[in-house]
Design a protein around this ligand. Structure first.
Ligand SMILES: Nc1ncnc2c1ncn2[C@@H]1O[C@H](COP(=O)(O)OP(=O)(O)OP(=O)(O)O)[C@@H](O)[C@H]1O
Length: 204
């Protein structure tokens, strides 16, 4: 069977930190080990325990990041919670010709930048069911200090304000029940055009 039309376009995944993007991606890659390729971003943040250079991220020093930026090596980049993040041209190019679908996990500034390029991806927003659930997940993950949780909650408000703009994303999936969210996510990832969920008020 030939792939659905949207399978040939990159998939841009965005949503507040702690909303469950990595969890959904991990499941997708486990179910379809050969269909997708995660674009590995560059970051200047420190690796978390268990993270490997070149796998979750290319971990680089700030100087090296800025040099690549100067050389027009990034499709998008942003400073987030004090660290630089970026998607390199090379990371996406190396996937494009392999027949796999390129998935990009990107925050809101990056989404805005990609919209000014010719990449033409499908934009998918993963929404938390509410702000209180988002906070519970961030705290429960146990990877952030209290101050970092507060910073991420504040940044989440920007992501959500953008998501509320008409036409910001092609599809919204609310990550309430993980199995339900994953079934929708899988359909989008495989290239199906679905209606998706309605963005919750997220005003709590
Ligand atoms: N539907 C869900 N129900 C309950 N807990 C969830 C659900 N989805 C994810 N989680 C949990 O919420 C926490 C945050 O998820 P995850 O790390 O996947 O978020 P993320 O969006 O990738 O964050 P970041 O952008 O910071 O990497 C994790 O501890 C994860 O196990």
């Amino acid at each position: 069977m030939s792939p659905l039309a949207d399978f040939l376009r990159p998939l841009v995944l965005s949503g507040p930190s702690g909303t469950g993007k990595s969890t959904l991606l991990t499941r997708l890659f486990a179910e379809f080990p050969d269909k997708f390729a995660f674009s590995v971003s560059h970051t200047t943040r420190q690796p978390r325990p268990g993270e490997e250079d070149g796998k979750q991220y290319h971990f680089v020093a700030r100087d090296a990041f800025l040099a690549l930026l100067d050389n027009k090596g990034f499709i998008e980049h942003a400073e987030f919670s004090g660290n630089l993040y970026g998607t390199s041209v090379m990371a996406v190019q190396s996937i494009a010709d392999s027949g796999r679908r390129c998935i990009l996990d990107i925050e809101v500034q990056g989404v805005r930048q990609i919209k000014t390029t010719s990449l033409d991806p499908v934009y998918l927003f993963i929404s938390p069911p509410s702000m209180s659930v988002l906070r519970t997940r961030l705290v429960g993950r146990g990877t952030e200090t209290d101050a970092a949780v507060e910073k991420r909650m504040k940044t989440a408000l920007n992501e959500i304000a953008y998501a509320k703009e008409p036409g910001a994303h092609d599809v919204v999936i609310v990550n309430d029940d993980l199995d339900r969210a994953y079934q929708l996510f899988k359909r989008v990832a495989l290239g199906e055009k679905i209606e998706g969920d309605t963005l919750p008020p997220l005003d709590d």
